[in-house]
Design a protein around this ligand. Structure first.
Ligand code: NDP
Ligand code: MG
Length: 386
């Protein structure tokens, strides 16, 4: 049966992987909305190629360029925050939330409130506003399908089991490009070295998060919302080969793991076809060639982001939103060459120590905490670089 699809963050790494799968199955899907930010030409080309109904750029300054690039295509152009929300409410059967950062929160919330099926890659929105998002999904009857490879793996290992039967969830982590580095070596690492992930090809922000291991910290909070078994039952295990994507141990001590090649099209396809399965062009797993799987405990001394995230998760309220916002600012500054690699976690910790945001009861409270944390991260950075 033909299903309608909208993709937020269509021009990014996850968005393009989603389009790749859809383009291989043109009879199964029809595209309603595609949304991007500054890659206007990429967005327009993609919208033309797949015959989207509307293309949205989040940045209002890009409206003229997008409209011009779509002339004669039959694709409608739209721009700005409200246009993103409107597109999320168009009623697609399946919505991919793959905007990077808290910027994805409003359209994702709109799709959840409308009771749609949402495939969630945009972990920052769930980290910042997980309680409110899960509430909204429960109230509207929306379906939230995790796309982040670890969470998709856990979802598959749970296969509808009762969470009361879960003894432990193990989130695996590659350890990133600096897994074996000393702090002194990390201090000198450049953005190009930080984004060179050993196993996965991803956008710049999540690649830096993998290098600091804040990505695993964000994923811990993401997991705590999606699979509420209690924080003390979610552990992190470094597994450099990225073959086991996560595991669930049940109270009878039976452990289920999901394995696969490190290709995001596998979890995306799982969410796209759910509750069925679809074929992908991904490499089959060749364990004989891989030969061995290694595991080690995470090191919170060298990767303080892990400690910060666990503390923020335990504190709850708006603290994870504050942590996420400070991290977004710091990662952007690192990518621009304004600060060093080790400054990222230092800035996040400084903002967390200074700012105790009020407990949020609505999305606007989250957005206010996010804005305040961004401003504070900016001040911390000014002092650092003065
Ligand atoms: P990319 O940087 O490749 O893509 C980001 C997307 O978000 C682009 O489409 C970009 O538009 C858009 N975007 C950026 N800023 C804004 C904004 N302010 N408003 C609206 N849209 C915006 O990121 P990834 O695809 O790597 O990651 C996307 C999300 O998925 C992240 O939350 C990440 O953590 C998560 N994820 C990614 C994985 C991966 O393998 N890449 C794996 C697991 C999770 P444009 O390019 O047009 O400017
Ligand atoms: Mg992940």
């Amino acid at each position: 049966m033909m299903r309608t699809v909208s993709i937020f963050g269509a021009t990014g790494s996850v968005g393009r992987s989603t389009i790749d799968l859809i383009a291989r199955n043109p009879d199964d899907f029809r595209i309603l909305a595609l949304a991007g930010n500054n890659d206007v030409d990429g967005l327009a080309q993609m919208a033309r190629d797949v015959g989207a109904q509307v293309a949205v750029t989040a940045n209002p300054a890009n409206y003229g360029a997008l409209k011009a690039a779509l002339v004669g295509s039959g694709v409608e152009a739209a721009a700005g925050e409200q246009a993103l929300v409107d597109a999320a409410q168009m009623g697609a059967d399946w919505t991919m939330a793959s905007i990077v950062g808290c910027a994805g929160l409003k359209p994702t919330m709109a799709a959840l409130k409308a009771g749609r099926t949402v495939a969630l890659a945009n972990k920052e929105s769930l980290v910042s506003a997980g309680g409110l998002m899960m509430d909204a999904a429960r109230r509207s009857g929306a379906t939230l399908l995790p796309v982040d490879s670890e969470h998709n793996a856990i979802f598959q290992c749970l296969a509808g089991s009762n969470l009361d039967d879960v003894a432990r969830i193990t989130l695996t982590a590659s350890g990133g490009p600096f897994r074996t580095c000393t702090r002194a070596e990390m201090a000198a690492m450049t953005p190009a070295q930080a984004v060179a992930h050993p196993n996965w090809s991803m956008g710049a922000k999540i690649s830096v998060d993998s290098a600091t291991m804040m990505n695993k910290g964000l994923e811990l909070i993401e997991a705590a919302h999606l699979f509420p078994v209690g924080l003390d039952r979610i552990e992190i295990l470094v597994h450099p080969q990225s073959v086991i994507h996560s595991m669930v141990e049940y109270r009878d001590r039976s452990t289920l793991a999901q394995l696969g090649s490190p290709d995001m099209r596998i979890p995306i396809a799982h969410a796209l076809a759910w509750p069925q399965r679809m074929a992908t062009p991904c490499q089959p797993l060749d364990l004989a060639r891989i030969g061995r799987l290694d595991f080690e405990a995470p090191d919170e001394e060298r990767f303080p982001a892990l400690r910060l995230a666990r503390a923020a998760a335990a504190q709850g309220g708006a603290t994870p939103a504050v942590m996420n916002a400070a991290n977004e600012v710091a990662v952007a500054a690192f990518l621009n060459g304004a600060i060093g690699f080790l400054d990222i976690a230092m800035i996040v910790e400084d903002v967390l120590n200074r700012y105790n945001a009020p407990v949020p009861t609505a999305i606007d409270d989250i957005l206010a905490a996010d804005a305040q944390a961004r401003a504070m991260a900016g001040h911390v950075m000014e002092r650092l670089t003065a």
